[in-house]
Write a protein that binds this ligand. Structure first.
Ligand code: IVH
Length: 701
């Protein structure tokens, strides 16, 4: 850029200021280009901004911003909406399906908080609206932003569209609202509005929506605000995210306040005290379901006292203080056309029913899981039978029973893998129990497993590589240029080495999409710890567990060191205890990691992969807490809270909870009866404190 200070002459402060300006200028240019289809800069000027940004970042890598344009590929902005990071993540809810699940939920809470039976534990109960959640940020009482849930951390900025809704006040009414608050709730479309909209769409020769939920989502995510305005969207407020000051003491009080500030809140919400009352309310709401003007798919219960909500906190992506009690699944009858075998990434063979398509609860279903061969035996099902299926919420539909048997012959599970021909066996565990699943023994030679592992690695919840979906993976695999995760980052050279034409010249690619794909791959060379770990597809180490490890260890390096030490030392070793000491981690995950590490080809794969990419450290949850980033060990008896609560609280404050004392331990919290850990800590000069001192330190006293 002409007239700009040479990068090497910039001071740190100047570089930081310029990066901030560039981030904003590029974001504005992107918005003008992608969302308004009205570019404000010439291509050359735009490229110069990006170039300058890249140069400054190269010279001052530590100043790279979280919202740096270099972390965004055009494809993302091309989705149409700007990204909006939530002040507090938007969570999902655990599900309960039976009365017993609900009783367990209440008991878990009592145990966690150590509440005696005489202590009253009040809940709110309200319908679970079948729509999509939205977070509305109000500053000084004015709506400044509306964001969809997205992946829970970052959603899409749909402010302009949200402003068109009557149920979303532009200014808060009444008084007592915090200066800054994220108000959350559900966007939905009423049943009769949905029917009228579909009739209009059909009359105009346009595509109709499958159900009110899809119609609401499609109407909110419109690039043309005028279309959103023409759609009858509504909003119920039921929760909140970041707030600048407390504004209520109870859940029910908070929702009452929302009503006074001008929001619509659900009239069926009640406050109840016992599990019996909860179940009565559930049945009452279920009885009203068909007659309600909007779709609901269950009842949500929340602990009423907010100080208890605070103490209960979260397990990975759902609060401990709330649960969604789902209504029973919807059912339908159809013909079973055939049974296919799917090979999963761990080699498990799953029989899948191919069905005559049928509509269940507003969705067309043509596949259902049959789980495993024992289930098929129990159902006595075979191709040609008329079967009853059910679909509950987002879960995969399943076959319930045979309604009328057809003429076909009995079906038998294959004993070889349909993908690689290796024997497929049912393993027997130490207790002599046969695994319900038959697994392909082909391991690395099985193409189906390899392809499934790759699909998982790039999936939304793992590396999330845009444009590298199931189809592309299968194609690259077949061409022999993508066999293992590391090949993704060597795709261009692998294609060259295989003597194939450049991707630009492949059928269905072209210059633009090849460039986009390589760009999307490069944009993932610095994956998050949790996404990367989840992507490896290690048994018992899924999304939740990966997040727990990431928050617990913060650095990939120290995590993998612990896995190596656990593999060397075995169960009970320090490395092993460091793994199981993390909040929420049990032996299954630790054992699976150790087994994974012990396989030489896994180590080779990891080394090759880490030569291509750089796993990012997790940022501590609350960096302003005095214990963020500190390694804490609890020992002895805790008197003011349960051990689970202590661990959860420490993790929420960004501390790492370890199971063993070592030179790396920062704090040992020792209660009465502390033994060898205390002695060891004193020997090592580790800071030790009582439970009361710990609570004072973290501000909970
Ligand atoms: S409370 C921290 N209340 O259900 C808990 N959620 O499965 C925040 N939902 O993403 C959620 N009705 O979109 C809550 N009355 C209700 C709800 C509700 C519908 C949705 C919401 C959330 C999903 C979780």
């Amino acid at each position: 850029m002409t007239g700009a200070t040479p990068v090497r002459a910039l001071t740190e402060a100047e570089a930081a200021a310029e990066l901030a300006r560039l981030a904003q200028a590029i974001a504005e240019a992107d918005a003008a280009y992608y969302q308004n289809d009205a570019p404000e800069l010439t291509d050359a000027d735009y490229d110069a901004l990006r170039q300058r940004n890249a140069e400054i970042e190269a010279a001052f890598p530590h100043l790279k911003r979280e919202d740096s344009p270099s972390l965004r590929v055009g494809a993302e902005a091309g989705d149409g909406f700007a990204k909006a990071r939530h002040g507090v993540p938007m969570l999902s809810l655990e599900n309960a399906f039976t009365d017993e699940d609900v009783a367990d939920f209440a008991n878990r809470i009592r145990r966690f908080l150590a509440l005696g039976e005489e202590t009253e534990l009040a809940f709110t109960a309200e319908p679970k609206i079948d729509g999509l959640s939205l977070s509305l940020t109000y500053e000084a009482g004015k709506l400044v932003r509306a964001a969809t849930r997205g992946d829970g951390q970052t959603g899409e900025d749909v402010t302009a569209n949200a402003r068109t809704l009557d149920d979303i006040p532009a200014k808060l009414a009444g008084k007592g609202w915090p200066d800054s608050i994220e108000i959350r709730g559900e966007i939905y479309m009423a049943k009769d509005d949905f029917a009228a909209l579909n009739a209009r769409e059909a009359a105009a020769g346009r595509k109709t929506f499958a159900n009110p939920r899809n119609a609401a989502a499609g109407s909110l995510r419109q690039l043309d605000t005028a279309i959103t305005k023409s759609r009858p969207l509504r909003f119920f407020a039921y929760a909140w995210g970041a707030v600048s000051a407390p504004f209520a003491e109870t859940q029910s009080g908070a929702v009452d306040a929302f009503g006074k500030w001008g929001f619509v809140t659900n009239p069926l919400m009640v406050r109840i005290l016992t599990v019996d009352e909860i179940l009565t309310v559930y049945r009452e709401i279920e009885a009203k379901r068909a007659g309600l003007p909007y779709d609901i798919d269950g009842v949500v219960y929340k602990v009423d006292r907010l100080d208890w909500q605070q103490r209960l906190g979260f397990v990975s992506r759902a609060p401990r203080w709330a649960i969604a009690h789902k209504f029973p699944a919807e059912k339908a009858t159809t013909t079973l056309l055939g049974i296919d075998i799917q090979v999963g990434r761990t080699g498990s063979l799953t029989p899948v029913a191919r069905l005559e398509p049928v509509t269940v609860g507003g969705v067309v279903v043509s596949n259902a899981t049959l789980h495993n061969e024992d289930e098929i035996g129990r159902l006595g099902v075979k191709p040609g039978d008329v079967v009853e299926i059910q679909r509950a919420g987002d879960v995969i539909p399943q076959v319930l029973r045979v309604v009328t048997a057809g003429e076909g012959a009995a079906w038998r599970m294959p004993e070889t893998c349909p993908a690689c021909g290796s024997a497929a066996v049912r393993e027997t565990d130490e207790a002599g129990e046969a695994d319900v699943r038959r697994r392909c023994t082909g391991g690395l030679i099985c193409p189906a497993q390899a392809v499934e592992r790759l699909k998982h690695f790039v999936s939304r919840k793992a590396l999330d590589i845009d444009g590298l979906g199931a189809r592309q993976i299968e194609l690259f695999f077949e061409k022999g240029v993508l066999r293992a995760p590391q090949d993704i980052f060597r795709l261009r050279t692998n294609i060259e080495a295989a003597g194939l034409p450049p991707l630009e010249d492949w059928d269905g690619f072209g210059a633009a999409s090849a460039k986009k794909l390589y760009g999307a791959i490069d944009a993932r060379r610095k994956p998050d710890f949790a996404r990367f770990l989840n992507g490896l597809g290690i048994r018992h180490v899924g999304q939740t567990t990966s997040g727990q490890f990431a928050r617990g260890f913060l650095s990939w390096q120290s995590f993998w060191d612990a896995v190596k030490r656990a593999a060397e030392g075995g169960p009970g070793s320090e490395g092993y205890l460091d793994l199981t000491g993390i909040d929420g981690i049990g032996e299954a995950a630790a054992n699976a990691l150790v087994q994974f590490e012990a396989e030489p080809h896994n180590r080779e794969m990891l080394d090759a992969l880490l030569a291509e990419i750089e796993v990012q450290d997790e940022t501590p949850a609350a960096s302003d807490s005095p214990v963020a980033g500190k390694t804490v060990v609890f020992t002895g008896t805790l008197e003011r809270m349960t051990r689970d609560e202590a661990k959860a609280r420490a993790s929420a404050l960004g501390a790492k909870v370890a199971g063993s004392v070592s030179a790396k331990t920062d704090i040992l919290v020792a209660g009465p009866g502390a033994g060898s850990k205390l002695t060891k800590a004193e020997g090592l000069g580790v800071r030790t404190m009582t439970e009361a001192e710990w609570l004072t330190l973290i501000g909970d006293a």
